[in-house]
Design a protein around this ligand. Structure first.
Ligand code: ADP
Ligand code: MG
Length: 682
């Protein structure tokens, strides 16, 4: 049997340069190569008559050569080859450049197939650099040809040939991991046939069947792996039963604001979970600004007052620092001791924290990934809260949970996903939703603008700042990059600091800076010492500065809608009318549509759904955002039906053979072990 882990360099047609290009595509092994799936197909199987060809169309024509090949030197190093062909409806002139071998390819009066892009000028048809076959040959034409997502400098043809060579090696030798009963019950193609046909379908029907099998496999592996992880942390043991006499209403009545109905409802659900003997595993979804933090604070109060410790995990130091402030503000007065553990904490301070944590002198530990380290030991961890869950993998979540004895878990996310999807992705979690924003929030006004509006935008920023407000400017890049045409933090910073806003305090921040530097900048911004903060999306999650009223996004076309929504959520958090200005630089229809969505709604759920719709198949809506691996072929939006079938099957397996120990499921077990733990970080 062929070893799928073989390096691609051993494949025919792959030299050192091509290895590099392939590596850039994420293709290192034979397996990577044959699972590099096409993003689209070109149908070169149906010929068209010359008369009916349209301008700018990719077509297949079958025509007879009616001229000699002429050779025209256009300039130094550039020779054009010209051939005239005809069918019974018209004439077509074909041109190639710098391909002298073509001179001997064609026989006058013979028929050939040509596939290429045609241009129509009046009655004249021209075709440029087509691929061709002589009569009755189907090497380059006469079939459906795959188009690969990206080729990194490899021509499609070359990549296609390399993949064909890879397929030749593996031809019919792939091991079938699916048991017979699954293949039969769900009408799935064999793995060998599927891989062959996904690359080289003979018909659209072929493609559909092959894709179905591969999608099914990908989704099933994900579901089984999740099942595996879930059962490893969701043990049969009972959870903690918190003290019923600790009333969360004590804190609620002391708050400086009235909780919304939605917040109260969610708190009630959490309170019930905590008081019951079952282990809480709850997902809290709420749009940006809906007030999730206070819910976490009140839950932590309950845990601490019942004699337990709580851990709050945030994805960035900025956010963790901010949480510490919010937690301390509300909980200090109850004698609850909060501490911060992030990577920038000094060694000495860290030792002190670790000791106090183990002694139980710290009640709530708030921090970043730093909390996950081995030496962080709790005395009595009872509640784990992860904020902005999409930044953490499922595995990280279970790692923190393992630091306690069946602690309750609250997972908070501002990434809206449709409920059906949430049920599938977070099958084991109960779901609470805060579907209401605190009152008196002003709607954020959103504008999408092009370059011509630049001065007006700048004047507007100046005016807001003169009224005491602050502004964020977000750029896609940290530094200028020759390959990517987009604004960078450092470039804009230079320009604004020295020219446009030289009289204001302009600062910048990005993910490559040290955590300590970032924290300092953020602190200054919070204190109002900075007027304009230029940054990358590091400020995307959770940062709360109520005085900032403007969010400007440079090259907004480069961000996903869900991401733009998150960014926009950084403003409008105080009493001031706030604005989001999306500067975009693209003529594409999709870009315009995306901007339109952003300007017409502020509902995160609608935006998430539109985002799904607008992204083509192949690209995939944020499983990554939810801590799941990215799919190669499945698309949760389009493949909802298959997902449902897979879920049904997973449930059956969960009942009958949750650990995949039965002989008939041994292939599935291999698949999960191999595809999941081996390659994908979860
Ligand atoms: P998110 O859900 O995005 O994490 P936060 O918890 O950061 O939102 O809350 C955003 C802001 O709203 C905070 O300043 C918080 O104090 C405030 N807030 C939360 N709940 C309410 C409420 N019921 N009424 C008024 N303000 C609230
Ligand atoms: Mg938050």
């Amino acid at each position: 049997m062929v070893d799928l882990k073989n390096d691609v360099k051993y494949i025919k047609g792959v030299g050192p340069n091509r290895v590099q290009s392939l590596n850039k595509l994420g293709i290192f092994t034979l397996e990577d190569l044959i699972t590099y799936y096409p993003r689209d197909y070109e149908d070169r199987s149906v010929p068209k008559k010359i008369m009916y060809c349209e301008d700018d169309e990719d077509v297949l024509i079958k025509a007879i050569v009616v001229s000699r090949m002429s050779e025209i030197r256009i300039r130094k190093n550039m020779v054009m080859y010209k051939l005239t062909v005809r069918d019974d409806t018209g004439v077509c002139n074909i041109t190639w450049y710098n391909q002298p071998y073509l001179k001997k390819q064609f026989v006058y009066g013979e028929e050939y197939s040509f596939f290429g892009r045609v241009h129509k000028k009046g009655n004249k048809l021209e075709m440029n650099s087509p691929v061709f076959d002589s009569k009755n040959l189907n090497k380059n034409t006469g079939k459906i040809v795959p188009i690969y997502p990206s080729t990194y400098g490899l021509p499609q043809n070359t990549l296609r040939r390399i993949i064909e060579n890879g397929l030749e090696i593996t031809n019919n030798t792939l091991e079938e991991y699916f048991p017979e009963y699954i293949l039969n019950n769900y009408h799935l193609l064999h793995i060998n046939e599927s891989i062959q046909k996904i690359h080289m379908p003979e018909s659209f029907e072929d493609f559909k069947l092959a894709r179905r099998r591969l999608v099914f496999e990908e989704l099933l592996v994900m579901q089984l792996a999740l099942l595996n992880l879930k059962s490893s942390w969701k043990k049969e043991q009972k959870g903690i039963q918190y003290d019923k006499s600790i009333k969360i209403s004590n804190v609620i009545n002391d708050l400086p604001f009235k909780l919304t109905k939605a917040q109260l409802k969610v708190l009630d659900e959490i309170d019930n979970d905590m008081e019951s003997e079952k282990c809480m595993n709850r997902l809290l979804q709420g749009d940006v600004g809906s007030g999730k933090t206070v819910v976490a604070i009140i839950s932590a109060y309950k845990a601490v007052k019942s004699g337990y410790q709580a851990a709050i995990m945030a994805p960035t130091s900025i956010l963790a620092t901010q949480h510490l402030e919010s937690f301390s503000n509300m909980l200090d007065k109850y004698g609850i001791r909060c501490e911060l553990l992030i990577s920038s904490v000094t060694k000495k301070k860290k030792e002190e924290i670790l000791e106090k944590l183990q002694n139980g002198e710290i009640d709530i530990l708030i921090g970043t990934h730093a909390i996950l380290e081995e030496n962080v030991i709790f005395k009595n961890l009872g509640l784990v809260v992860t904020d902005e869950q999409h930044r953490f993998g499922v595995r990280q979540r279970s790692k923190i949970v393992a630091k306690g004895a069946n602690p309750d878990v609250l997972v908070m996310t501002a990434t809206p996903i449709p409920r059906t999807l949430a049920l599938i992705l977070y099958g084991d979690l109960d779901i609470s939703i805060i579907d209401e924003l605190p009152p008196n929030r002003k709607q954020i006004e959103t504008y999408a603008v092009t370059k011509s509006m630049e001065n007006r935008v700048n004047n507007f920023v100046r005016k807001q700042i003169s009224e005491g407000r602050q502004a964020y400017i977000v750029c896609p890049l940290v530094e200028e990059n020759e390959e990517i045409n987009a604004k960078s933090v450092l470039e804009i910073y230079e320009k604004y600091k020295t020219e446009v806003f030289s009289d204001l305090v302009v600062e910048y921040m990005h993910g490559k800076m040290k955590p300590k530097e970032k924290d300092e900048i953020m602190e200054k911004f919070k204190n109002g010492e900075i007027d304009i903060l230029i940054s990358t999306t590091v400020i995307e999650v959770g940062v709360n500065v109520p005085n900032s009223s403007i969010m400007i996004v440079e090259n907004a076309e480069r961000f996903g809608l869900a991401q733009l929504h998150q960014l926009r959520g950084r403003v409008g958090r105080g009493e001031y009318q706030s604005y989001c200005i999306l500067k975009y630089n693209s003529n594409s229809d999709v870009a315009r549509k995306r901007m339109k969505i952003m300007t017409s709604t502020t509902d995160g759920f609608i935006i998430a759904e539109k985002d799904l719709e607008l992204r083509g198949s192949g690209e995939f809506f944020g499983t990554k955002q939810h801590g799941l691996p990215e799919f190669k072929i499945a698309n949760l939006f389009e493949d909802m039906d298959i997902l449902k079938e897979v879920q049904g099957l997973t449930m059956k397996i969960e009942n009958q053979d949750p650990k995949l120990q039965l002989e008939e499921n041994s292939g599935l077990k291999k698949l999960v072990d191999e595809k999941f733990s081996g390659r994908i970080e979860m």
